[in-house]
Design a binder for this molecule. Structure first.
Ligand code: TXA
Ligand code: MG
Length: 346
């Protein structure tokens, strides 16, 4: 499959002329990869069924997995969904920003976007380039993360090019993503039970204090459940590098047995959460290469780096990746959610 106009992807940095071209491309049904503060998205006009279908084709994404629609703000959101008081409160408090809100959809939202659900997921991103593009094109933009389905999400324009460069025409380069993991998703579909479907930079605690009541965590899906997935990847393998990935608890030292090398002699990548304080004995073991997610031990820095590092290690010829989990709480929980799915065997 080639890009829509048969050329290789063009990387734009946001001049006025480029932004007008991208807005026109979106209006005429093309796909554009866009920067957001969380990860890069693969965007199309959310009301254009053909363009949205192409998102699924390009990503290799199953049609049962609904898309997030990116909007300019609450008034734009009200054109696509029925907003209650809770939705307005959350938008007021967290938009623009890394919070996606699932609400009852209006009839104008095509079924392909919502995977046939009566709800739609809306988010107002804060990245200035994407905000400009949203205003210029005047559309709601359906945009899942701009990676092949199941692979590690892209946090730089070059990640998009590596995965989808042959398949789409444009990537808008907004630099490395600030947050680095996907938005928190809260569902207001059941007004009695606001539910956090995916952890992210906005925590369940912050959501409950904004709403003044409890925010629930999702009930686990049973293996073999069918029908549209409330938030895919909640149980199944997702965000996964091809290289086998194993995790160890935060603050622990991997057991000597865990450091054994794979048969073919490829080195092992040992990833700590923070830069180890002193020379570390594992470093000297032959065949083990040492990495870390953050210099300072801050979860925000680790979140910013985690997907880029997984991609980098997946390109190197490591036989295995052994990675320390983040400390629990706040953003650490969101990082661990992604790591557990990336390491999941199914
Ligand atoms: O940070 C983000 O949210 C990024 C950027 C590009 O905005 N987007 C993103 O999209 O992570 P994606 O497709 O990789 O994840 C979308 C998630 C899916 O797990 C999907 O099931 C959930 O949002 N979702 C979408 N519509 C939904 C709905 N109506 N009900 C429940 N979950 C929904
Ligand atoms: Mg994704």
């Amino acid at each position: 499959m080639k890009g829509e106009d048969g050329q290789r992807i063009r990387r734009y940095t946001g001049s006025d002329a480029q932004m007008r071209e991208l807005a026109a491309a979106l209006r005429s049904g093309s796909l554009v990869a866009i920067p957001t503060e969380t990860v890069y998205g693969l965007a199309a006009n959310a009301l254009d069924v053909v363009a949205c279908r192409r998102i699924f084709e390009v990503k290799g994404r199953p049609l049962i997995d609904p898309l997030i629609v990116h909007v300019r703000g609450p008034e734009h959101a009200a054109e696509l969904a029925y907003l209650g008081d809770d939705a307005r409160l959350l938008m007021e408090r967290f938009w623009p920003g890394p919070l996606t809100i699932v609400m009852r959809k209006r009839a104008c939202v095509p079924d392909i976007v919502s995977a046939g659900l009566p709800t739609v997921a809306l988010r107002c991103p804060s990245h200035p380039l994407t905000r400009r593009l949203l205003s210029l094109c005047g559309l709601g933009l359906a945009a899942p993360s701009a990676n092949r389905f199941g692979y590690v999400s892209p946090t730089r324009a070059e990640h998009v090019e590596a995965g989808l460069g042959e398949l789409i025409d444009y990537v808008l380069d907004g630099g490395p993503c600030d947050i680095g993991i996907e938005s928190s998703i809260v569902s207001l579909a059941d007004p009695e039970r606001p539910t956090l479907l995916r952890p992210g930079a906005v925590s369940a605690n912050e959501l409950s204090s904004a709403l003044g009541r409890e925010v629930f965590l999702p009930l686990p899906r049973e293996v073999g459940d069918e029908g549209p997935v409330e938030a895919p990847g909640m149980l199944t393998r997702h965000y996964s590098p091809a290289t086998p990935l194993e995790l160890f608890a935060h603050g622990s030292v991997p057991k000597a047995g865990a450091l054994c090398l794979v048969n073919n002699g490829d080195p092992l990548a040992l990833v700590h959460f923070a830069r180890p304080a002193e020379t570390y004995s594992h470093m000297e073991q032959q065949g083990v290469e040492l990495f870390w997610l953050s210099e300072s031990g801050q979860s925000a820095e680790a979140a910013r780096n985690v997907f880029a590092l997984l991609r980098r290690l997946d390109e190197g010829s490591y036989g295995r990746i052994l990675m320390e989990m983040a400390p629990s709480g706040g953003l650490g929980d969101a990082i661990n959610d992604r790591l557990c799915r990336a390491a999941s065997k199914r």
